[in-house]
Design a protein around this ligand. Structure first.
Ligand code: H2U
Ligand code: ZN
Length: 354
């Protein structure tokens, strides 16, 4: 008969967390991640391969986002000078939808109305957001905030995001992002909303304000920071080099940011994305997105604005992490600890040529 091996009861201390498998909880969603640092308890071996892609032209006549070019639907882009926004020609959400009848408790469904837009960050085909200058990045921050203000009047949730790189399924290297606005709270937003509301009710404080204070005091997971902002690899990160962008004060939405906070956000994004590009000597792929307070009465009391960056890369420009097997069937798992990932990013230069 199998019997459990007798091991004396031990309590994990802070050094063990670097060596011993353990689970960490994401307080924003309540989900857990399995961390297996013993599989990677070795020093970093240095860069594996440099794969700087071919230099792109500043203007590409075949690009559907470049100024003056025709899009797939036939509409022609203006010769825009800074940013340009248009209604997605292939909307995943529609403005006018019929109400669904017949509630079925087992196979629940609901109607959802929304709008999808595409934002070109720059007329320059050859740049990425991180390669744009701070003033141009500030233009994107302002556009995000203006879109949020407009769409928030009509929709509960405004998801501002960017898919960058072929690895993330992005169809075009021209620097651009998207906005999907809808009259429902999507699953991830609903989870974060409930956990932030519960935390506020139980403690009287704002969850991610407590997190940013702890992270600034500790420093182990800090990647880059400035007067108004901090970027950390969150304690509960799932992706190897996932980061969380946090304001240092309580701010519910991008629309609430002061002029100085917008400038320093532009600076912070530039520095963070420069670090990412330097990590594997490649134009770093990621999904980036903003979680603003939903347009639901009272949400701004418990909700803290934050940005998520989910990059797929693990070891080099071509070796990515897959969420398969145990992760699909049981829970997310990582080898590299968030502390080690943060240290790697922290030590990289945040200025081109520095
Ligand atoms: P990605 O950033 O994930 O590649 O998506 C680009 C979006 O651009 C995609 O949602 C839209 C697609 O529907 N698009 C247009 O609206 N017009 C076009 O001419 C091509 C692509
Ligand atoms: Zn282009």
């Amino acid at each position: 008969m199998l019997s459990r091996p007798k091991t004396p009861h031990k309590t994990m201390n802070s050094q063990d967390i670097d060596l011993v498998p353990h689970r960490r909880r994401n307080p924003l969603t309540g989900q857990w991640v399995l961390v297996s640092p013993h599989r990677l308890a070795r020093p970093w071996q240095g860069r594996l391969e440099a794969t700087a892609g071919p230099q792109r032209p500043a203007y590409d006549p075949t690009c559907y986002l470049c100024p003056g070019n025709a899009r797939v639907g036939g509409e022609v882009n203006p010769t825009y000078q800074q940013t340009y926004i248009f209604a997605n020609d292939f909307q995943a959400l529609l403005q006018d939808v019929p109400t669904l009848g017949d509630a079925d408790p087992l196979f629940a469904r609901q109607s959802v109305a929304g709008q999808c837009r595409v934002i070109c960050y720059s007329p320059r085909h050859d740049l990425s957001l991180g390669q744009m200058d701070r003033a141009a990045i500030r233009g994107v921050v302002d556009l995000w905030a203006a879109q949020l203000a407009e769409l928030g009047q009509q929709f509960k949730w405004v998801q501002i995001f960017e898919n960058k790189g072929e690895l993330m399924g992005c169809s075009n290297p021209h620097p651009h992002g998207q906005i999907w606005a809808l009259d429902a709270l999507p699953s991830e937003a609903a989870l974060e909303d409930r956990h932030q509301a519960d935390y506020r009710q139980q403690t009287g404080r704002v969850l991610l304000v407590d997190v940013v204070q702890r992270e600034l005091a500790d420093g182990a997971r800090l990647v880059v920071s400035n007067e108004h902002w901090a970027v950390v690899v969150p304690f509960w990160a799932i992706w190897p080099f996932e980061t969380l962008v946090l304001p240092r004060r309580h701010v519910a939405r991008l629309t609430d940011l002061s002029d100085a906070e917008r400038d320093s956000l532009s600076d912070l994004l530039k520095r963070l994305l420069t670090k990412y590009d330097g990590l594997f000597d490649t134009s770093f792929p990621y999904s980036l997105g903003w979680h603003n307070a939903p347009y639901v009465p009272g949400a701004e009391v418990h909700w803290q604005l934050h940005g998520h960056l989910y990059p797929p890369l693990l070891r080099s420009a071509t070796v990515r992490k897959f969420m398969v097997g145990f992760e699909l069937l049981a829970e997310a798992q990582r080898d590299l600890t968030p502390e080690h990932a943060a240290q790697r990013l922290r030590e990289l230069p945040d200025l081109v040529g520095a």
